[in-house]
Ligand binder design. Structure first.
Ligand code: HEC
Length: 227
C-alpha cells in the first residue's frame, strides 16, 4: 500500500516536473526520429525537385541565345588564333593577349549577353571565376575525371545578380589540340620567345603546365531570364 502511494506520488511529481516515464521517452525518441527522417527526406526530395523545376524554367529562347553567343565567340576566337599563328607563336600570343578581351565583349554585346572565359588557373585576372563559377568548374573537372565528359557537356544554373535573374551557361573548353600546348603546355612545349612574351604580359602566369585532354577553362555566358 505504502509502495503504491509512493509510486503514485512519484509519478505525479515526475509529470509535474515534466519527466515522462521511460516508455514515454522511448516513444518520443522514436516519434522524433521518424519526424526528422520524414522532414529530411522531404527536404531532399523538394531540393531535387526544385532544382529540376528551375532548370526547366529556362526558356528555350534563352538557352538558344546563350549557346549561340558561346558558339560564335569560340569559332571567331579560334579563327583569330589560327590566323595569327601564321605570324609565329610569340606574335600570336601577343595578338591573343590584345584581342581576346575586346573580342569577347564585342560578341557578347552583339548577342545581348554577358560573356567571358574563365579558368581555375586564369592567365588573365579578368578570367578569374566567381565563387559560383569556380564550384561549377570543379564539378566539371570531376565529371572529366570520372570519364563522363562529352562534347555536349554543359552546365546550366539560375543565378541572381542585383535582384535580377539570369541563366548561367558554362561550356567547358577542353585542351584538345597540340597547338594549345605552345602557350599552355609544360616548359618544354613553350618556345623561349613565346615564354618571354607571356612572362612580360602575365607575371605569375598560372595557365601553363597543361596536357592534352584537360579542361583549360570554360565560356561563361549570363543571359537575363526576363529581358
Ligand atoms: C599563341 C598562344 C596561345 C595559344 C596557341 C593558345 N592560347 Fe589560350 N591564351 C593565350 C593568351 C595570351 C591568353 C590570355 C588572353 C586574355 O588576356 O584574356 C589565353 C587564355 C586562354 C583561356 C582563358 C582563361 C585564361 O587562362 O585566362 C582559355 C580557356 C584558353 N586560353 C584556352 C586555349 C585553348 C583550348 C587553346 C588551344 C585551342 C589555346 N588556348 C591556345 C594564348 C594562347
Amino acid at each position: 500500500m505504502n509502495n503504491y502511494i509512493h509510486n503514485r506520488i512519484k509519478s505525479r511529481l515526475n509529470r509535474r516536473n515534466g519527466f515522462p516515464s521511460p516508455t514515454g521517452i522511448a516513444g518520443s525518441i522514436l516519434t522524433l526520429g521518424a519526424l526528422t527522417l520524414s522532414i529530411f527526406s522531404m527536404a531532399i526530395f523538394s531540393m531535387a525537385f526544385t532544382r529540376q523545376d528551375r532548370m526547366n524554367t529556362i526558356p528555350t529562347e534563352v538557352r538558344a541565345k546563350s549557346q549561340k553567343a558561346a558558339g560564335t565567340f569560340m569559332a571567331t576566337l579560334k579563327g583569330v588564333l589560327v590566323q595569327s599563328m601564321a605570324q609565329g607563336i610569340p606574335a600570336a600570343a601577343a595578338t591573343c593577349s590584345d584581342t581576346a578581351q575586346t573580342l569577347t565583349k564585342t560578341i557578347a554585346s552583339a548577342h545581348g549577353v554577358e560573356m567571358r572565359r574563365i579558368s581555375l588557373n586564369a592567365r588573365n585576372s579578368q578570367n578569374i571565376p566567381t565563387a559560383q563559377e569556380k564550384a561549377l568548374l570543379l564539378k566539371l573537372d570531376s565529371v572529366r575525371l570520372a570519364g563522363r565528359l562529352t562534347d555536349s557537356t554543359v552546365v546550366w544554373e539560375i543565378i541572381e545578380r542585383q535582384g535580377k535573374q539570369y541563366a548561367l551557361h558554362i561550356k567547358p573548353i577542353v585542351l584538345n589540340n597540340a597547338l594549345c600546348l605552345q602557350c599552355h603546355g609544360k616548359d618544354a612545349d613553350i618556345a623561349p620567345e613565346t615564354r618571354t612574351v607571356l612572362d612580360k604580359r602575365y607575371p605569375g602566369d598560372k595557365a601553363r603546365g597543361y596536357s592534352i585532354g584537360e579542361i583549360r577553362g570554360a565560356v561563361s555566358v549570363m543571359t537575363a531570364l526576363v529581358p
